[in-house]
Design a protein around this ligand. Sequence first.
Ligand code: GDP
Length: 316
Amino acid sequence: MSGHVLALSGGVGGAKLAAGLAAVLPPERLTIAVNTGDDFEHLGLTICPDIDSVVYALVGLNDTQRGWGVTGETWQAMAMLKALGEKGWFNLGDRDLGMHIARSWRLRGGESLSEVTARLTRGLGIAHPVVPMSDDPLRTQVLTEAGWTDFQRWFVELQCGPELKGIRFAGAPGAAPAPGLLAALERPDLAAVVLCPSNPFLSVDPILAVDGVRDRLLSLQVPRIAVSPLVGGKAVKGPLSKLLAERGQGEDNIAIAKHYGPLVGHMVIDSGDARDEPGLRALGLEVVVMPTLMKQAEDRARLAQAVLRAAGLEQD
Ligand code: GDP
């Protein structure tokens, strides 16, 4: 069956499924819209961590050992910066720096983030459209005892230590969907929306906070499928488990499903979380239970195929 698929992705977890979908769908059948709430300026450069995770995963440049950044990375520029007395709280590898320089240079030349992202992906030979959620600044900020702080400071510098008392998206409302996201949402042949296994609160919610996106998704008569970022009841990486615990509303897929509410009709959960299935079905969801840990390309493609099957989009 044909039809277009819109995937909403954060960084590392989302990128793996985005790469799986790109492996099983031709470019004209997939749009990958990526969270830009984590974007920030550092050392005069514009850094888009989630777009880069998706881009690196799509070209196989992602470092699967370290879990982020570029494979075969070196750190000479960082060492020099430290020697020069520049603060090193955010590590940028040499190859990664090339990406940030190219992006920042073009943005400064007046290109939009969408245009720059299209240019960079083209340069790397990526045929599938990777689009930012918005060309406008929408910044995720977190509330700790010390007050509101930018997401990256909490995530990287404070290593997710301080308890989160709130999350907000500065710039929303007011951030318009990027042209590529809007076009995908309006396609008459849009056949499914996939919420990749990204952090619901920190990676997917910013996308939903872009003007009109949540309402548009809710109005679509197509399957909306979330792949859970929990594997065996825990986040593979990152602060999701801690966030769920701090929210006090359960640390399982039921809590995630309740958070997404009517936005999601299907959930793909890990075999290690099969105990959540009855609770999810009681909420009216359709559920697929299968191994969802993506270590290899085959795992990513298998999960992508399962998502398409759940959407009724059997592969030709
Ligand atoms: P970030 O912006 O880089 O933190 O990336 P995401 O929000 O996209 O990804 C973080 C989430 O991905 C975490 O909650 C992980 O549990 C989840 N994740 C990472 N790898 C996998 C995987 O192989 N399978 C599943 N199901 N989830 C994963």
